[in-house]
Design a protein around this ligand. Sequence first.
Ligand code: ZN
Length: 177
Amino acid sequence: MRSSHCCYGQAMTTNAPRVAKDQVVAIRYTLTSQSGEILDQSGDSPLAYLHGYDNIVPGLERQLEGKAPGDKLRAVVTPAEGYGERDPAGSQRVPREAFPADIHIEEGMQFAAQSPDGRMIPMWVTEVEESAIVVDLNHPLAGETLIFDVEVVALRAASTEELSHGHVHEHGSHHHH
Ligand code: ZN
């Protein structure tokens, strides 16, 4: 008769930190499309983000919840939890004069326009014509199912300043306020 272990696996319940709100999480990741095309990946150093503040797509943030350093996972993120569904009405042709004259506009560039109620609306250049620019209000990855192969590299508690800003401050990469 085989003995059963009543407490098998109990050694796993330690106080090791887990991915949760207000933690700065460092991850390595590769993002591929459903057709296997690599869309994005972390560079030489891992990406650090503040968990719980919508700094990464919701579906990835949700699936990282509760993970520990060293954990690897494949997170499949639907458009609804990624960059949204693609709205065919999102593509618009805008006269060249609507853009600053001193900026060289290229396909793939991102701009923000201000809506009448003061919100910033991001848009991406999809085509450059002689006298008009075609922009798309859809994120370039809207409508895509995103496949993230992720490894949690490190965790730390966020600083008070990071929590009040809602994003990470890493040395060398601090930017905007
Ligand atoms: Zn800041």
